[in-house]
Structures are given as structure tokens and as C-alpha cells.
Design a binder for this molecule. Structure first.
Ligand SMILES: [Zn+2]
Length: 366
């Protein structure tokens, strides 16, 4: 997959810009591809150029699901006419179309299927996510990705939230007067649901609890538990990624998997060479990081995954070194650039997107 430069966009962008105009705008920014949210988590999203706040009050699938593809876990979805027209407009304009799906982060499905839902270390429901260890969750994610690929024929499905959840994913907020330590956040997000216990056992939970520190155990010195948990998560995540890749491949599309967060966290979420082996490409989510922090996050995630990929980076007001960052990322081996996010960026950011795309193109060896 020639990753190139892509921009993320929400379908609601099409409420403001017609399909062919939007495709033309993305090309004019210097991008080769657009990745459109097709399944997304609840979120309050500020669209500054359209003077609008777009709120998803629930997990949203912008398609009517093909029910026969799914097992017991079936998403609800509403067809989004503009999305289909934009899909066609991308082909006409010569813009590569990718489908961005938020996979396991779905609070409604987690509530409706508690046996397949992720839990926190103390056994309480995480509330927002299905657990990758649950066979129903694997079946669901493979079906969703295949469904989206079949209906939209994207070049690739960009899979976000395909690993074990971290402590604080998008759109949750922990209320704690004394913030949790990094160790407690890492281990506190570890799931020991019925499906996880099949391969982790009760002893691993007791050790994780003891090692986590307040508000869990006392903080026992047990470095080994982190590596053991990471290895187990990687083996389990590998099955999920393989099933999802097979489902997407059957529809003629590629699967690109997101990995993000500090490397210690990503490892405990299941990111490893083994788990991403079946993915066609990777996307390292580096969010608001810039400069040396951005470069070292890319290097860390690349090392963890055992291969390179594209880098997703945010526009930030006052970020003067975006072009330099892009050049450094390419020199460090980044395969592609993903700009976050056309719907969220103010007018002032469009020029920065244009410059970043140009810098990427100039830095990549012909
Ligand atoms: Zn679990």
C-alpha cells in the first residue's frame, strides 16, 4: 500500500461541502487520500470553519449494517446518503478513499453484551469497549470491517480501537482527586473477564492487582507481570487482527491498524510484531506530539510493532515546525502521513496541512 498523505474527515463535513467539492479540496491540499469516519464513538466535535459543534450522542455507524454478516453482536447504523456520493466523487476525482472505523470502543454494544465487554483490573466494567479476548467481539469486529469494505470498497479500512483498551480512551473522564500513577493506569486497564481468564488465569490478576499500586494493591515489585501480560495480549490480539484482515481481504480491501500511546501502554494493549502480522499496513497515532517527542514516539511504536507505518499527527496552533517534523519523520522511515483532521482544523490550519503534504512529497525518495 502506497500510504502517501491522507487527511481524516468526518462525514458531517458533507453537510457543508458537496461531495465533488470536498474531494477537490482534499486534492488541492496536496493529499492523495481521504479517510472518512464510518464507525465512530460518541464525541463532541468542534468544526471551526463551519461554526458548528457536531455531537455524536452514541456510537454511530454511517451505514445500514448487512445483518447476515454478524453473529450475536450487531451494530445499529443509519445510511448516510452523502457518504455514498462522496465515495463515488473520490473515484471521479482520483482521490483514494479509506474507511476509518472505531472498532471495539462501543459503549452500547458493551452494555448489551456484558459477557463480551472489557473490564478494569478490579472487575468493574470499563463501560466503553468490547474485550478482544471475547469470541463475540472478534466475530463482531471482523464482520464490521468486512461490511464496511463490502459497502464502500475502500482502498483500506483504517482500524482504530482494535486492541485492548487503555485506561483513558477518547471520550471518558476519570474523576479522581489523587491522579492515578502511570503504573496504576497501565495495570488498572487490564481486563480479566471470563474470556481473558481462560488464558491469563486468576494468579495473573492477583499479581497485576498487587503491582498496580493505589487505588488497587500496595504496589508490589513485579516487573515480570508487565511483560507476561503484554505477551498474552499480543497473542490474543493477533487472532483478532487476523480475522479482521481476512474479512477485509475477502472484499478486496486492505487493513491498516492504528497503534498509539506510550509504548508501555501500547504493549499492554497487545501491539507487537505477532499481533500486527496480518495487517497490510500500520498507522501510528501520535496526536498532538511535536518535535523530538513526536520522533521518539514514532521510533518507539515502530520498534514495538517491529515494522514501520504511517504517522498520524495533529494540527496545533503555533506549531511552527510541522514541515521540519514531517521531513524528520520521512528521514526516520515513516511510510506515510495522516493529517488530523480536516473537519476539526480552523482556517489557519489549512495552509499548514498544505505545507505538510508538500514537505512529505518533497522528502520521500522518488
Ligand atoms: Zn477481557
Amino acid at each position: 500500500m502506497n500510504a502517501g498523505v491522507q487527511v481524516f474527515v468526518y462525514p458531517e463535513e458533507l453537510d457543508h461541502t458537496g461531495p465533488s467539492d470536498l474531494a477537490a479540496q482534499v486534492l488541492e491540499l496536496g493529499c492523495d487520500a481521504v479517510s472518512v469516519a464510518v464507525a465512530y464513538h460518541p464525541a463532541r466535535r468542534v468544526f471551526p470553519r463551519h461554526r458548528r459543534v457536531s455531537v455524536l450522542t452514541r456510537s454511530t455507524l454511517y451505514l445500514e449494517p448487512e445483518r447476515s454478516r454478524y453473529g450475536s453482536v450487531v451494530p445499529t447504523g443509519v445510511p448516510w446518503e452523502g457518504l455514498l456520493r462522496f465515495r463515488e466523487a473520490c473515484d471521479l476525482a482520483g482521490l483514494r478513499f479509506r474507511a476509518w472505523i472505531v472498532g471495539l470502543h462501543n459503549g452500547e454494544l458493551a452494555a448489551a453484551h456484558p459477557h463480551a465487554a472489557a473490564r478494569l483490573l478490579d472487575g468493574s466494567p470499563a463501560g466503553h469497549s468490547l474485550c478482544p479476548s471475547a469470541p463475540e467481539a472478534v466475530e463482531y469486529l471482523a464482520a464490521l470491517a468486512g461490511d464496511v469494505a463490502a459497502q464502500l470498497s475502500p482502498e483500506a479500512v483504517d482500524l482504530e480501537a482494535g486492541f485492548y483498551p487503555a485506561w483513558e480512551p477518547s471520550y471518558t473522564l476519570t474523576l479522581a482527586l489523587e491522579p492515578l500513577s502511570e503504573r496504576a493506569r497501565l495495570l488498572g486497564a487490564q481486563c480479566f473477564c471470563e474470556s481473558c481468564r481462560v488464558f491469563l488465569g486468576a494468579e495473573a490478576q492477583a499479581r497485576a492487582y498487587a503491582a498496580a499500586g493505589p487505588p488497587f494493591g500496595a504496589g508490589a515489585d513485579d516487573e515480570g507481570i508487565l511483560a507476561e501480560l503484554a505477551a498474552a495480549r499480543a497473542a490474543s490480539a493477533a487472532q483478532l487482527v487476523a480475522a479482521t484482515a481476512a474479512s477485509v481481504h475477502a472484499e478486496g480491501s486492505l487493513l491498516r491498524v492504528f497503534a498509539s500511546g506510550p509504548p508501555e501502554q501500547a504493549a499492554l494493549q497487545g501491539v507487537a510484531p505477532e499481533s500486527v502480522a496480518a495487517a497490510d499496513a500500520l498507522l501510528f497515532g501520535c496526536g498532538p506530539l511535536a518535535g523530538d517527542e513526536l520522533l521518539s514516539r514514532f521510533a518507539d511504536l515502530r520498534t514495538l510493532a517491529g515494522r514501520s507505518g504511517s504517522v498520524s499527527t495533529n494540527w496545533i496552533r503555533g506549531r511552527t515546525a510541522l514541515v521540519a517534523d514531517v521531513e524528520r519523520l520521512v528521514a526516520a522511515g515513516a511510510e506515510g502521513l495522516a493529517l488530523y483532521n480536516l473537519s476539526l482544523v480552523p482556517e489557519a490550519g489549512l495552509e499548514a496541512f498544505r505545507a505538510a503534504a508538500q514537505a512529505f512529497r518533497g522528502a520521500v525518495p522518488a
